[in-house]
Design a protein around this ligand. Structure first.
Ligand code: GDP
Length: 368
């Protein structure tokens, strides 16, 4: 790729826009246009609908921000994007670190773009919550893909509860779709609960695995296998090809033990080499076959509706939690109760009950 094209690209991995260091710290900016005028919701909408990647990035930063003013604007933008969203194929991709997720996404992504698609890659990285570090974000990833003007790569929202991070990614999907991306990849690390979150916002869930790691499922829990619409054994090349075939049969046998999926489409196991670009087209064909099949049998829309319901409940839960923990009275008391629970002087249930009473009383006082 020439420098000229690279420079013209709307995109680098963290293109143009600084992410707030943590969503718990105020993002310093409300974005302004070139003349220094603050962007209005109409400006954002205009930019998004005209495929302006820089405006899209800024809007996603608002979605990710914890500041009430940003959240208010973000809600308006998301609401206005909704009628323009939904027209994409949403694919969740998971696998343990090192399995080849970024290489796979880059290889498949470049092929999709060559075929006229516009691809957004979002990520949910739960490691930031646990270790304050990031598994997905610390390396320079998908360099060729990120230089493409029809690709948009957004790192995981940083810090915050998994529920909060996932809700932001879900809203970002809506914004990306309104900005004309017809294919959305949501990537996550196969180390925790984040798979469930990604599964609940995508149409198709792909699990990347490696051969030769023995019978045990490489730390991938049974539940994650059960969610997969397709298992792919990566690095199936050269000497590893035989191992990959063997692993394919093993995983296929493991999949057969699960009850048939709600989609009606029996999951398969395929092999590929993301590095050598072999087996990748077959995987995409399988995904599009799945989408066609589930659109025909009604599962696709049913699943999306069910996901919307789930996210309504999740948003309520997240909002209630935020209110509770930000309540001044609760902030004052919670550390004391935590200590008492730790030293055994009060049970966890009683402490929770007392704190909830405190919260509801303070709400009642506000209301009277
Ligand atoms: P991620 O952590 O899951 O995103 O994995 P990466 O895409 O960063 O890949 C981890 C390592 O595996 C890198 O050194 C890649 O070059 C290598 N890799 C990825 N795909 C393949 C493949 O198909 N074959 C081989 N031999 N190596 C691969």
């Amino acid at each position: 790729m020439s420098d000229k094209i690279r420079n013209k690209s709307a995109l680098t991995v963290n293109s143009g826009i600084d992410q707030p260091p943590s969503i718990n710290e105020p993002a310093a900016v409300i974005f302004r246009n070139k003349r220094g005028k603050k962007l209005t919701v109409a400006d954002y909408m205009n930019g998004i609908l005209n495929h302006d990647i820089s405006i899209l990035s800024q809007a996603i930063t608002l979605v990710e921000s914890a500041l009430p003013l940003h959240q208010k604007i973000a809600r308006e933008i998301t609401g206005q994007c909704l009628p323009h969203s939904g027209n994409s194929v949403r694919v969740g991709i998971t696998g343990v670190p090192g399995v080849g997720k970024s290489t796979f996404i880059e290889t498949l992504g470049l092929s999709l773009i060559r075929n006229g698609h516009r691809l957004a890659v979002l990520a949910i990285d739960p490691s930031s919550e646990l270790s304050k570090g990031s598994i997905l974000g610390d390396k320079t990833r998908m360099e060729s893909l990120s230089a493409e003007s029809n690709a948009y790569i957004r790192p995981s929202p940083s810090a915050g509860s998994l529920g909060g991070v996932a809700r932001k990614t879900r809203e970002s999907i809506i914004l990306c779709e309104a900005a004309g991306f017809d294919t959305i990849f949501v990537e996550t690390v196969g180390v925790g609960q984040s798979e469930t979150a990604v599964h609940s916002m995508t149409d198709f869930f792909l699990l990347l695995m490696l051969a030769g790691a023995g019978d045990e499922l490489q730390g991938i829990k049974r539940g994650i296998m059960e969610m997969a619409d397709l298992v792919v054994i990566n690095k199936a090349e050269d000497d590893n090809k035989k191992n990959a075939e063997r692993a394919r049969t093993e995983y296929l046998n493991a999949l057969h033990l699960f009850p048939p999926p709600a989609s009606g489409f029996i999951p398969k196991v395929l092999t590929c080499s993301a590095r050598n670009n072999t087996g990748i087209n077959e995987i995409w064909t399988y995904i599009t076959d799945y989408i066609d099949y589930t659109k025909n049998n009604g599962h696709f829309l049913r699943n999306r509706s069910e996901q919307s319901r789930y996210w309504m409940i999740e948003s309520i839960n997240e909002s209630l939690q935020g209110h509770f923990y930000n309540n001044l009275k609760i902030k004052e008391k919670i550390a004391r109760y935590e200590k008492m629970v730790l030293d055994g002087s009060v049970s966890s249930f009683i402490a929770a009950g007392l704190l909830l009473n405190e919260y509801f009383n303070s709400k009642n006082q506000e209301g009277s």
